[in-house]
Design a protein around this ligand. Structure first.
Ligand SMILES: [Zn+2]
Length: 136
């Protein structure tokens, strides 16, 4: 069986959307990956939250990420049906996202592998950012 495509039959739980995270999810539905940036110290962080984790300032601005990064660490859930892979991806903007890897041959995943964002509909239709390996 090929694992080169998003596994059919795997439903993705709908994310919980809060006022803090609403811009992030609305952008995801438009195919954009937003990252919160602190207005006080200028640092980008993830996940979206009201207070900057670095300085405690209000994190009330957003930047659009390039949507590219590399695998920091990953784990393949082989006993799941169908199997899937979760990972921390280091974005070029310097933050790490806990995410899923799709469209990948799970036997050929590697730490440091280049990936790019893709947006996958969840059970509610809300799109969720996941990552897929770039072709070499
Ligand atoms: Zn800050």
């Amino acid at each position: 069986m090929s694992s080169a495509a998003p596994a059919p039959g795997r439903s993705i739980p709908a994310p919980v959307i809060t006022p803090e995270t609403r811009p992030f999810w609305e952008a995801a539905n438009e195919g954009k990956l937003l990252l919160p940036r602190c207005r006080s110290c200028g640092k980008v962080h993830y996940y979206p939250r009201a207070r900057c984790p670095f300085c405690g300032g209000e994190a009330d601005t957003w930047i659009e990420a390039k949507g590219e990064g590399e695998i920091y660490t990953y784990s393949v859930m082989r006993r799941a049906d169908p199997p899937y892979a979760i990972a921390y991806v280091s974005l070029t903007e310097g933050v790490k996202m806990l995410t899923n890897l799709i469209g990948a041959d799970f036997d050929r995943l590697a730490i440091g592998q280049k990936v790019r964002v893709v947006f996958v509909p969840s059970e509610s239709g809300q799109k969720v950012p996941m990552f897929t390996p770039l072709l070499p």
